[in-house]
Design a binder for this molecule. Sequence first.
Ligand code: F6R
Length: 642
Amino acid sequence: MLKSTIDKATGFEKRFENIGTIVYEDSTSASKSIAQEIAKLINVKQSQRQPCILGLATGSSPKGLYAELVRLHKEEGLSFKNVVSFNLDEYYPMEPDSINSYVRFMQEQLFNHIDILPENCHVPDGTLSKKEIRDYCDQYEAKIEALGGIDLQILGIGGNGHIGFNESGSLQNSKTRLVALDHITRVAASGDFSGLENTPRTAITLGVKKIMEAKRVILMAWGESKSDIIKASVEASVTNAVPASYLQEHRNATFILDQAAASKLTRINTPWLVENITWTDQLIRKAVLSLALYLKKPILMLTDADYIENGMSDLLADSGPAYDINIKIFNKLQNTITGWPGGKPNSDDSKRPERAEPAKKRVLIFSPHPDDDVISMGGTFKRLQEQGHEVHIGYQTSGNIAVVDEEALRFARFVCDYNDKFGMDNSDANAIYKKAVDFLKNKKSSEIDIPEVRYIKGLIRKGEARAASHYIGLPDTHIHFMELPFYETGAIKKNPIGVGDVQITADLIEKVKPHQIFAAGDLADPHGTHKVCLDAIFSAVKELKPKKFMKDCWVWLYRGAWQEWGIDEIEMAVPMGPDQVLEKRKAIFKHQSQKDGVVFLGADSREFWQRAEDRNSETAELYNQLGLSHYAAMEAFVRWHF
Ligand code: F6R
């Protein structure tokens, strides 16, 4: 466990962090430690015969915590009889039994599985008339006050820094009230509501004042997508633009983070600015590249003075002069660039990212959704195929929930009309499509698709993926649709990884016996699908490790549509010229159902092909700024050693 708190005595981290932060290896271990703190508090209160007042949050962040509290109840006898809970918020309007209500969330994640008394669970009421809300909010606060205030408040954090639904602009003394939701918040929630137009515009939230009055506050954040707002909340000044920054003024608030969420904190991102560090090769590379980019200088132009003036004089004393460090890092970066992602035959490969032998490799590319392959590594995919390797593609999930209803209806109608025309209206196939048409015409918002509709949506994506792979040049026999079962819930919320998922993955690896596996290492995917797909690959690879063919198997990780590897992490960069960029765009265009305002674009309104192009040209631009050759675009990979 990487663990650290602010050291007020040395003032080191205090220079940057204004809130106590604890960083854990992952969200599971972090959630367990929060659960331990809560359990301890409940027990202390129990021994004092007092109620324990908990402020609770919903969303993806506290799920692991609630699962651990349920486990502590079931396996270790933790009782919640003395707990009184107050949830932070609820959408308005909202029926308690709706699939997106926070009442239902709390029941499913926690309340139904522990012995808390139902009358002690409070979640703001989303069914009131507007007139009633004000009094209701006053009473909500009065109840908390009558019990002596919140003992421990659990918080997540929104991408804009909201706590509860106190959006940017909320005042520090704001009361419990009805609020309008930020566009960013609505976009983040829109997946759960099948599109922005169905997403509530308002919510009832506990005010910042009551949160600040809690005796203890724990804010939790997981994943890279939270890293920027965590840095802003912890290190920048207190501002109502980032309500979580108010917690800098709380006497007993702690941010509990996983490594990804903490990754932009100064002490983690640039530790040499905070304390004396042991310079590893990786850290030297990171520091030199950051210095060059910060000073907008090519690596080879950095001077001794640049190192000294930017907190790196110890490195200079140790490994300098600057010229020696510069040349070492420049060469390392140069060696990551290759137009031969499958290795260059008959050449010295001692400094290349991939082996020269065997010249013709078997390659297995895993794509979590049916378009991640071309979005994230379309250029490399095409090169591997053109350079004569035996390339296979494994589409891990059907991607069916990302197809909008109108698209499915259009295809279903096509089949029905076709069959009617040719007198096949009694066939079983026609029955499936007719059922789908009937369902879609009357579908209510946030209703889960029936299996027939999911099947059609899956077929649409299959057709598109096949078209893209054919465009790259793959034969049908090299295209594998894995349809991992964890994905097939019909809802955004997926099942956890199961043995079936790992088995299907292992079977495909064993069938292809690849020299290279390419997998999506993009853990910032907001819906978690990429993470489960990657976990399935990791488990399968570990399981297959003793087999002979695995000795020759290298695993390369690419990133998905949301993030790119840091320049200091990249181990293979595959350059593309302008024509190759256009070819990649055409492959992405084969995924027609994902164009023009798809369901899951997230807060970024660029389409996937635009993001891919921007990102690949940004990587190329970084190499250029650092003094290396200037390409139109570059796809980046990191090797995973198993
Ligand atoms: C939920 C709440 C919100 C969330 C925040 C983070 O009750 O009040 O502030 O904590 O939007 O959401 P997740 O955890 O889903 O990233």
